[in-house]
Design a protein. Structure first.
Length: 174
């Protein structure tokens, strides 16, 4: 069932990375429901390939992580790779803005997926993560999908070079 935003994303191309499960899959499903068309590839390589084909009004949305703002153990290298997406977002937004192409990023908090299972594998760990949020709950893939749908829509037509934290209020600033 398509939402009321379906017409806003119809005939738009959505590029979603890591869309085989969890957050990426949730975003891919939501954008498809809203009328967008879904391509799955590595962010940098895919961006290089598609930019020549994007029209004014197009939008690129990268998926980073709240850990990008504070890369600490147990996954510092993963976090640093997500930090790089923040820089890529800023750099490409400046480059592509004059062409009418917006580039933004979403930094999700802890969303229970296969990838983050270790963070919530016990009741104690899950409660610890919940207590680290102002909302005292875990996020859902649908929470991230809604943010991606917004950033991809014309409702966000004056938003570029930004990273939207969708982390329930977890501490996540540089």
């Amino acid at each position: 069932m398509q939402s009321s935003h379906a017409a806003k994303l119809r005939d738009k191309v959505a590029i979603v990375t890591a869309a085989t499960a969890g957050i990426g899959l949730g975003i891919a499903i939501r954008l498809g429901q809203e009328g967008a068309k879904i391509n799955v590839r590595s962010p940098i390589m895919l961006t290089r390939e598609v930019v020549p084909h994007l029209r004014p009004g197009s939008s690129i949305v990268y998926i980073s992580s709240y850990t990008a703002f504070n890369p600490t153990p147990p996954i510092p290298m993963y976090a640093v790779s997500k930090t790089a997406l923040l820089g890529l977002t800023k750099a490409l937004a400046e480059e592509l803005g004059p062409k009418g192409i917006r580039v933004n990023c979403i930094a999700p908090g802890v969303i229970p997926t296969k990838f983050s299972a270790a963070l919530v594998e016990s009741k104690e760990k899950e409660e610890g993560v919940k207590n680290a949020t102002f909302l005292k709950r875990l996020g859902r893939p649908e929470d991230i999908a809604a943010a991606a749908a917004f950033l991809s829509s014309d409702d966000a037509s004056y938003i570029t070079a930004e990273t939207l934290l969708v982390a329930g209020g977890m501490q996540s600033r540089l």
